[in-house]
Design a protein around this ligand. Structure first.
Ligand SMILES: Cc1ncc(COP(=O)(O)O)c(C=O)c1O
Length: 363
């Protein structure tokens, strides 16, 4: 018989999901609330799915304190599709501005450059090998929008606050710290995230968009690529990813059961501190990639003195039933992704293992 034992999964995404949510999915799968059908077999136009959709929108608005000026859209294509759609959407009058904090920002910039010849880099940490959030960002020039990546999944850096430009609102790729802490909406024009880290399986992209933006939509944009199409049709212009929307609703209720985003944020801070503490106390055995003031609470990245030692570390982790710790190929080393669903026990186990490993190999 195949077991159902779960291990600690530190994968960067798709990533670990809360066990109570998985149990509900398992229970619902053959017959959702006595209907004799699973949720993935039902029409998205039926009353049951309509209820799931409405409930998820309402819960999301409450839990993330989303002001009325925003619409919530359920789209597909991941954050990568948003990289292209955002510059496609805007009839640029001034210039689109971007902060370059690594590969995901660069992918967004590349899509803007295909479409506009005046893309402006308002800040970059490329010269620092993306170890930090840039200390200076030009917030004074005249922009149509300023785009940032709030958490840099690959390098393990994260903004503490959303930068506020003088002339325009900020567009935020929140893929890897979405729902990990309360969101301050004041300076945000659009926020978007794929769900596969903190909000469910892959396949759903959540877009929170200020209604003010529909007026900038270019008339020539095909309907399927217009944000207003999704707003007008309750994200059902085409068949939406119904399973992912259902799971997103369950995740939101799980967040509510933990006490909401304030509590989730405290929990995430405690978890990250356990691991950073071991790194900082290791007398240089563990070499963190991110500068202290830019450290991410979601993705913790470090190296040891050699690839061979990293490999031994990863093999030992595997033996202790901890997976997904290999660093991204562009940075190497080790990365622990500790999204909302990674438990404190999981982080404790990793911290303990790191201590043991350093003691054994510190020569
Ligand atoms: C910060 C960030 N942005 C964008 C992406 C790309 O997301 P997707 O694969 O959903 O397009 C990722 C994927 O890991 C990410 O971490």
């Amino acid at each position: 018989m195949i077991g159902t034992k779960r291990i600690y999964n530190f994968s960067a995404g798709p990533s670990t999901l809360p066990t109570p949510v998985l149990e509900i999915i398992q229970k619902d799968l053959l017959s959702y609330q006595g209907t004799g059908m699973s949720i993935i077999e039902m029409s998205h136009r039926g009353a049951i799915f309509e209820d799931i959709y409405q409930q998820s929108i309402q819960s999301f608005r409450e839990i993330a304190s989303i002001p009325d000026r925003f619409d919530i859209l359920y789209m597909t294509g991941g954050a990568s599709a948003q990289f292209a759609l955002i510059p496609m959407h805007f009839a640029i009058k001034r210039k689109p501005a971007y902060v370059n904090t690594g590969i995901w920002s660069q992918k967004a910039i590349a899509q803007a450059e295909i479409q506009h010849d005046n893309v402006y880099i308002a800040g970059s940490s490329e010269e620092q090998n993306f170890q930090c959030i840039p200390s200076t960002i030009d917030l004074e020039s005249d922009y149509d929008y300023l785009h940032i990546t709030s958490n840099n999944t690959i390098y393990g850096t994260q903004y503490k606050e959303i930068p506020k430009a003088q002339s325009a609102k900020t567009i935020v790729d929140m893929s890897s710290d979405f729902l990990s802490k309360p969101i301050s909406w004041d300076s945000i024009g659009i926020a978007y995230a794929g769900t596969q880290k903190n909000a469910g399986p892959s396949g759903l992209t959540i877009v929170i968009i200020d209604q003010e933006y529909y007026q900038y939509e270019k008339e020539s944009t095909p309907s399927m690529f217009c944000y207003s199409t999704f707003a007008k049709s309750q994200s059902m212009y085409n068949t939406p990813p119904t399973f992912q929307i259902y799971v997103f609703g369950l995740i939101l209720e799980w967040i509510r059961s933990l006490g909401g985003l304030e509590e989730v944020s405290k929990l995430n801070r405690r978890k990250a501190e356990m691991i950073y503490k071991v790194i900082d106390a290791s007398s240089g055995f563990y070499r963190p990639h991110a500068d202290i003031e830019s450290r991410s609470l979601m993705n913790i990245t470090w190296n040891t003195s050699s690839d061979a030692l990293n490999k031994t570390f990863l093999e030992g982790a595997d033996e202790r039933e901890m997976s997904g710790l290999k660093g991204h190929r562009s940075v190497g080393g080790i990365r622990a992704s500790i999204y909302n669903a990674m438990s404190e026990q999981g982080c404790e186990s990793l911290a303990e293992y790191m201590q043991d490993f350093a003691q054994k190999h510190l020569s």
